[in-house]
Design a protein around this ligand. Structure first.
Ligand SMILES: [Zn+2]
Ligand SMILES: [Zn+2]
Length: 597
């Protein structure tokens, strides 16, 4: 499941690298005055950057691809030769490759030897490796994909080149599978669905990375938040609330200032003694509350929870829909405990994750244990505590049978952490939630309590956020369900459709009854045809459509069409309400069956 680094000696790496050369050769055959940038292999294929004397279009890719196949069939051999620095520059200058000359000079300055790879009439300055001969490239397993603009060496000060992307795999099947998955991912993209299904919007007038939640999206947020509140209540958490603004002194105590300053919005300065920040995290506030509540070991463990609104100044180039934002609401909580509770509390937090992931049917996840390193200087120095806390986490993950990978240097500065990584339909991997075991902040915030012998002690703090932020988690859920949310999460849980105008009144009566049972319902009172109304409800992926006409009005019932099921089912209002109320309160994951089956 984990994304793998590219192995430069693998067959696929050589195929992709060689295809970049074959593509450049094909391009040169059509456009002899083209200049070359760079042409590396990438995770899904390869690309090459070109400077054309006149723009090319997507349609031109067809002839280039055809030419590439022709070149491959010629079975050109790949050969390598080396040139001394000055000769290499002269060689490239003679060919008019000014961008290659620029790179070549840098390689010489760095003391590297300059190698050239040759296949047929094409020669490129390159380190390799490649396939032995072009017939080693599987003919049906690549295709040219897209054209994009790319600045030379990634800098806006440089010329904009034309980048041609190609997809390449070892087999035709892999190529087809990749294309299918990508299409699915594009259809399910949360930005696309977020707009079509009216979940959220990001308005220039409000600001980049500051989403506005529409009623449909807010319904999802509130259902998720209620899940967190119900579950945390059962696990013995207590809820708190904290302000969005805070004096800078608090962040000096926590250690976020000055080190975290670049991720915070600039301060609001009232006078030289009063400087306020928008809060980038809830932890310090919870610690101040904990200080009021912890005096004795009997007060532990203390679990403080809040859906806390935080603001982080992500660079604008990194903002992406709901996945990376500047304002976010976090499923945050802090557990204060002594060492004797540590194991139990950590296991409960891991259980909580498993419960949520099972509930949503998210099975594509893995766990990363992030630990410190000894030489980066990024971490508080306390070898004993690092060993002890890392040891606890390792032991617990092993005991509960959660497979994990360890990564050095990725811990928080105050302790090790466990990250839950999820991957989407395309294999793109993101951190869904982070849990930290903090042995530092208790000291910093002066959280002292008396143990059973009356001696002063400092508590451990577990930071946990299984549902991450609303923004990020809902972006995962939108893509996971493709917008077809199970009833308990669906913005509109039931849509009532009267078959004709005569039944508008009965339809409204049905909705009123559903409202009375706390069911998010709507009525379609438009004059469109019945089929059109049903189609509209289906496009909106509403889980339950209730059709009402003569028979339903006489019987005091409804006819239910479940999303994804062909057969309709007639039932009394009472039967429907009993069933849907259970479906919602048990938070059943979507499954295509009728209630009375
Ligand atoms: Zn190469
Ligand atoms: Zn925290």
């Amino acid at each position: 499941m984990k994304k793998q680094a590219m192995d430069t000696n693998s067959t696929i790496y050589k195929i992709r690298h060689s295809l970049a050369h074959v593509m450049a050769q094909a391009v040169q055959s059509f456009y002899p005055d083209v200049k070359l940038g760079i042409g590396p292999p990438i995770q899904t294929g390869f690309y090459y950057d070109f400077v054309f004397s006149e723009p090319i279009a997507h349609e031109d890719l067809k002839k280039i691809e055809k030419k590439m196949k022709h070149i491959i069939k010629q079975n050109q051999k790949f050969g390598v030769f080396e040139l001394p620095g000055d000769e290499a520059i002269k060689y490239l200058e003679e060919r008019g490759e000014e961008y290659k000359v620029e790179m070549c000079k840098e390689f010489i300055d760095e003391g590297e030897t300059i190698t050239f790879w040759e296949n047929g009439p094409f020669v490129d300055m390159c380190e390799g490796p490649h396939v032995e001969k072009t017939k080693d490239i599987p003919l049906g397993a690549f295709s040219l994909d897209t054209i994009a603009g790319a600045y030379w060496r990634g800098s806006e000060d440089n010329i904009m080149m034309t980048r041609i992307y190609g997809l390449a795999f070892e087999t035709k099947e892999e190529l087809e599978t990749y294309k299918k998955r990508r299409k699915l991912a594009q259809e399910r993209d949360h930005r696309k669905l977020g707009k079509e299904l009216k979940y959220f919007t990001i308005a220039d007038e409000v600001g980049k990375g500051l989403p506005l939640w529409l009623p449909n999206g807010m319904a999802i947020r509130e259902s998720l938040e209620q899940l967190a509140k119900d579950t945390e209540f059962k696990y013995g958490y207590k809820r708190v609330a904290t302000p969005h603004l805070t004096q800078s002194a608090l962040y000096h105590t926590s250690g976020h200032l000055p080190y975290y300053a670049e991720s915070m919005y600039p301060p609001m300065i009232l006078d030289e003694n009063e400087e306020y920040y928008l809060k980038p995290m809830n932890c310090p506030h919870h610690h101040i509350i904990a200080k009021q509540l912890i005096q004795s070991y009997r007060d532990l463990p203390l679990r403080l929870a809040e859906y806390g609104q935080v603001y982080r100044f992500e660079r604008s180039g990194e903002l992406a829909g709901l996945l990376r934002v500047r304002g976010m609401s976090m499923n945050d909580a802090h557990i204060y405990c002594d060492e004797s509770h540590l194991r139990e509390e950590l296991i409960a937090v891991m259980e909580l994750h498993k419960y949520y992931y099972d509930l949503f049917g998210l099975s594509n996840y893995w766990v990363r244990l992030s630990v410190h390193d000894n030489d980066s200087g990024k971490f508080v120095s306390n070898a004993g505590e690092w060993d002890k806390t890392v040891g606890y986490l390792r032991e617990i993950l092993t005991d509960i049978g959660l497979p994990f990978e360890e990564e050095a240097g990725e811990a928080a500065f105050y302790g090790p952490k466990i990250d839950f990584q999820v991957s989407n339909v395309l294999g793109r991997e993101e951190t869904a939630s982070t849990n930290q075991l903090d042995f530092t902040s208790g000291q910093r915030f002066g959280l002292e309590y008396a143990d059973s012998e009356g001696n002063p002690q400092i508590p451990y703090i577990i930071h946990r956020a299984p549902l991450g932020t609303h923004e990020r988690f809902i972006s995962f859920l939108i893509e996971h369900y493709g917008g077809a949310f199970p009833t308990w999460l669906a913005p509109i849980q039931a849509l009532v459709i009267p078959v004709a105008q005569n039944f508008y009144e009965y339809a409204e009566k049905v909705r009123t009854e559903l409202f009375g049972n706390m069911i998010r319902a709507e009525v379609d009172l438009s004059t469109d045809s019945l089929n059109k109304k049903i189609r509209r409800g289906t496009v909106q992926k509403i889980p339950n459509i209730l059709i009402v006409g003569e028979k339903e009005q006489t019987d005091g019932g409804v006819t239910l069409r479940r999303y994804g099921i062909k057969e309709q089912q007639s039932m009394s209002m009472e039967e429907f309400i009993t069933w849907i109320t259970e479906e919602i309160s048990e938070r059943r994951n979507s499954h295509p069956t009728n209630p009375l089956d």
